[in-house]
Design a protein around this ligand. Structure first.
Ligand code: AMP
Length: 184
């Protein structure tokens, strides 16, 4: 079984597909016996994802900082909530707990976390897969940017391939299933 670290938005966005994909992933993780590692929030895509796992009695570990650990932000239903001193400690702990990283729709926070994971893979500090779910074309522009960086010599093909882009929920599930060392 996998410990899947999901980076995603603290807001829900403006399209139903964003929420639907988060809920679909949450249900799939719980039914497969996988553990969700996430930022511990109750709002936006983060909250919807955690609720979908909890609704199926799945395992969730929240990792949140002291400054975000307020009742209006932190998910009250997550029993295993780890509270860290700052953002650096938070991300360190998320990395320590994770077998694989998944990016869902989100904003700056999601991008920063996802690109830290991929940068560390580029530096060979870890070999964990990094998957990005491109829901409803949200990340089309980002994918073009990655391709331009590759074309213009800032990203090697090896590094470009460190992020696996998934275009549907099913593709994401297949990519997770293909990760060695787990049996779903
Ligand atoms: P964004 O993609 O900009 O919405 O940011 C998502 C990231 O922002 C999370 O992983 C956290 O680092 C942080 N964050 C923002 N709001 C919250 C919240 N309510 N609970 C936990 N983390 C949050």
């Amino acid at each position: 079984m996998l410990r899947v670290c999901v980076f995603c938005g603290s807001k829900s966005g403006d399209r139903a597909e964003y929420a639907e994909s988060a809920e679909q992933l949450g249900r799939w993780l719980a039914r497969g016996g996988h553990t969700l590692i996430y930022g511990g929030g109750s709002t936006g895509i983060m909250g919807l994802l955690a609720e979908a796992v909890l609704a199926e009695r799945g395992a969730v570990i929240g990792v949140i900082t002291e400054h975000l650990a307020r009742p209006e932000l932190m998910h009250a239903g997550v029993r295993d909530m780890r509270i860290t001193r700052d953002m650096h400690a938070r991300k360190s702990l998320m990395h320590e707990l994770a077998d694989v990283y998944v990016g869902l729709p989100g904003g700056f926070g999601t991008m920063e976390e996802l690109f830290e994971a991929v940068t560390w893979a580029q530096l060979e500090l870890h070999a964990r897969p990094v998957l990005l779910l491109n829901v409803a074309g949200l990340y089309d522009g980002l994918i073009r940017l990655l391709d331009d960086m590759t074309e213009h010599g800032f990203l090697s093909l090896r590094c470009r391939r460190l992020i696996t882009i998934c275009s549907s929920d099913e593709e994401l599930q297949l990519a997770l299933q293909a990760i060695p060392g787990q049996s779903c």
